[in-house]
Design a protein around this ligand. Structure first.
Ligand code: MG
Length: 314
């Protein structure tokens, strides 16, 4: 996939003046992906509306009956490209999503760290504000790569979200967040984020020693992918733009429905590609800031992008 953008979106030329759909833009009804149109192993056509969901990290903790025990994040997204190697989706501004909060309504990022993973939770609807997010997931890798832009399509940074390899089902993909994140600038430099949450989650019993080791290993694997500027970093996705006529996908009432007939897949990670002899970082302007994990700004711009706390409450 190196070089020019290929595939589903190749017909859309990069447009510096293009903008994502503004928050509050009309939401057009659209049939969502179904078992008829996209079986568990079928590919979704560009423009399809699917759900990108995260299970709560507590499903192995006995006795939990609140929202922590099910899906706690759900983001309706538009499929950009779906191949055996890569799933690319667009989270548009104005999309109604599901996010977790404490049972009293406190946003997670405002809860004390010691209580963030122990207090009872619920889920609320929230509207994705600010700029949209392009999410790229290489098949079976234990992370996804998100691209953020400033208003006006000034590229901000990549964001590697450590997570369980996604499970495909008829209506979308499911995963589980693994707390650690890696912010990646255009020059290839990185910043590890949310180690405090990673440690707190372990203290709260949400992640055992074996999983801790697996996530740390995945982090090193992701760092190698960045250091060698492998796909998707080298594929010019920062120049991608959404189709201007794509409607904002709707959040279905049964957003937390069980994933029927999930795709069977191996639990083994795919082999890492051979090291590239010459992995130059992308030659582009460095972002002005590295705001991954930052709090929303005064205008409410949602650059707080941890899946547990993706943005300010509307
Ligand atoms: Mg994360």
């Amino acid at each position: 996939m190196a070089g020019e953008m290929r595939g589903a979106h190749a017909g859309v030329e990069p447009r510096e003046s293009a903008t994502g759909r503004a928050a509050g833009a009309p939401v057009a009804p659209r049939p969502r992906a179904s078992t008829e149109s996209a079986g568990a192993c079928a590919r979704w056509a560009p423009g399809s509306a699917i759900l990108w969901r995260y299970r709560a990290n507590t499903r192995h903790v006995p006795g939990l009956t609140d929202a922590r025990a099910g899906f706690h994040i759900c983001r309706p997204v538009t499929v950009v490209r779906d191949t055996p190697e890569l799933l690319a989706v667009w989270l548009a501004p104005g999309t109604v999503c599901i996010k977790p909060v404490l049972a009293d309504g406190t946003p997670l990022h405002r809860a004390p760290l010691a209580a963030r993973y122990t207090r009872s939770r619920t889920t609320v609807r929230t509207t994705w504000q600010g700029t949209g997010v392009l999410k790229l997931a290489l098949a079976d890798e234990p992370w996804s790569v998100w691209l953020f832009w400033e208003p006006g399509w000034r590229f901000r940074n990549y964001y590697v979200n450590l997570e369980a390899p996604r499970t495909r089902w008829a209506g979308g993909v499911d995963s589980e967040d693994h707390f650690l994140d890696l912010s990646v600038r255009s020059d290839g430099t990185t910043e590890l984020l949310d180690e405090d949450e990673f440690e707190a989650a372990q203290r709260a019993g949400l992640m055992g020693r074996a999983q801790r080791t697996q996530v740390r290993s995945a982090l090193e694997r992701a760092r190698r992918a960045v250091a060698e500027w492998r796909p998707p970093f080298c594929d010019n996705w920062h120049r991608w733009r959404p189709q201007p006529d794509w409607p904002v996908p709707e959040l279905p009432e049964d957003w937390d429905r069980a994933a029927l007939a999930p795709e069977r897949r191996s639990t083994a990670l795919p082999p890492e590609p051979p090291r590239r002899p010459d992995p130059p970082p992308a030659p582009e302007a460095a972002p002005t800031t590295n705001a991954a994990g930052a709090e929303p700004d005064a205008q409410g711009t949602p650059f707080n992008i941890h899946p547990d706390r993706p943005q300010s409450a509307p």
